[in-house]
Design a protein around this ligand. Structure first.
Ligand code: MLT
Length: 395
């Protein structure tokens, strides 16, 4: 047998695993120190009541002969697909039910979708970038090119930033962006759609953070842009929207306008996936009810308030930063020109605050650092008070 030697081209460990390992080493050596984690974008608030009620009810159904369910449809139950369809409709996007695929989260499907594309496709990703887009393509042996996202283009690279010699067949866009928190407006996104249509490329659009958009003029879905159904697949998740990081549920949209891709995805999913558990899908359905939407908004507002606390503190400390407005992520320039990993160690050592080194997201992330607003309010306040002690007067 031969192993897949493409794995040799990956970083030795996944970014967030590396961070977890470093933090665990630190806590073992310093058991008395209280470490505050504002690194990985993992939620801390519990599931809302509408969701837990629905989960309980579904568990009971599974224990009764007449309502028990075995294998479900691989693409998801119609009750949840209909709820997702209604959610899109509320943002003026019309989808057919069989364009909606229920998943166990955006990360899995962002990797799985690559089964549909030939090995020789050229991939274009922004730098800095969520490492999953890059790693999954490296695993498949695809060539990855980068487009620079930086302070000059406000971390929103446009088609004019694509290098002259770069050909892009598969283009990744994440908006609101992980890690920078930047959001494309409709005009900017339209340029990408036009570029993809003109070049017969596909856009893989990650909208996992759409619920953080607080300006109605900003697009939550790429399908708000005319023509996007002819060139884009969209990935969304309830992880950040409704606290499903541990519960696992998301949805992927593969429009039928994309020719064979919709049928190929059905073929792929029916072969390799047995669907998301019935119980979880009932919980997810509850997110889209009136009650569910009200309850999750309270949680999203809580995280936005944390983002404001972080942003206000950085301002006070005179630390350049962006994001945190339509996004749970705050992207900051490391003080005193520190390198990202140097700053990571410095914060851990001095004030026991964990963030994510920007360099872990690509070369343009060097000297930057990401903080998340998904911590508890108390921990966020505590972390920011420690920041003020360290950087407040000196800057
Ligand atoms: C992150 O911190 O970037 C996210 O939690 C990663 C993810 O959603 O998989």
């Amino acid at each position: 047998m031969n192993i897949n030697t493409n794995y040799d081209n990956l970083e030795q460990s996944y970014l967030f695993s590396t961070i977890a390992k470093r933090v665990s080493e630190y806590t073992q050596k310093n058991p008395d120190k209280k470490v505050i984690r504002l690194g990985i974008g993992d939620v801390t608030l519990p599931l809302c009541k509408a969701v837990t009620d629905a989960l309980h009810k579904a568990v009971d159904e599974m224990g009764i002969q007449s309502t028990f369910r075995g294998y479900g449809p691989e693409q998801g139950y119609d009750f949840l697909r209909t709820a997702v369809q209604g959610y899109y409709k509320s943002h003026n996007v019309n989808l057919e039910l069989d364009e909606i695929f229920i998943s166990d989260g955006a990360k899995s499907d962002l990797g799985n979708i690559l089964d549909l594309f030939g090995a020789n496709n050229k991939v274009l990703v922004p730098d800095p970038v969520y490492p999953v887009y890059v790693d999954t393509n490296i695993m498949a042996g695809r060539e990855v090119s980068y487009i620079d996202a930086n302070q000059e283009n406000e971390f929103l690279p446009g088609v004019n930033d694509i290098g002259k010699d770069i050909k892009a067949d598969i283009i990744y866009i994440c908006s609101p962006n992980n890690p920078t928190g930047a959001v494309y407006n409709k005009t900017q996104l339209k340029e990408w759609v036009e570029y993809a249509l003109a070049n017969k490329a596909i856009i893989l659009f990650d909208s996992a953070y759409e619920c953080f958009i607080s300006d109605d003029s900003l697009p939550r879905s790429i399908y708000e842009i005319e023509g996007a159904k002819n060139c884009a697949i969209e990935f969304c998740s309830l992880s950040k929207t409704a606290g499903f990081t541990g519960t696992r549920c998301g949805y992927t949209i593969v429009p039928k306008n994309l020719g064979k891709l919709n049928k190929m995805w059905v073929r792929r999913q029916t072969t390799k996936f047995n669907g998301v558990p019935y119980i979880v899908q009932r919980g997810a359905e509850a997110v889209f009810t009136e009650e569910g939407q009200k309850e999750i908004k309270i949680n999203i507002d809580y995280y936005k308030e944390n983002a404001k606390v972080i942003s206000d503190t950085l301002k006070e400390c005179n630390i350049w930063h962006t994001g945190g407005k339509h996004s749970p992520y705050i992207w900051l320039r490391c003080p005193n020109d520190m390198k990202s990993w140097e700053f990571f160690d410095y914060l851990l050592e001095k004030i026991q605050v964990v963030g994510t080194p920007g360099a872990g997201f690509g070369k343009n992330g060097e000297n930057y650092f990401r903080l998340t607003s998904f911590g508890s309010k108390e921990n966020t306040l505590e972390a920011m008070s420690r920041f003020k002690t360290l950087f407040g007067k000196k800057q």
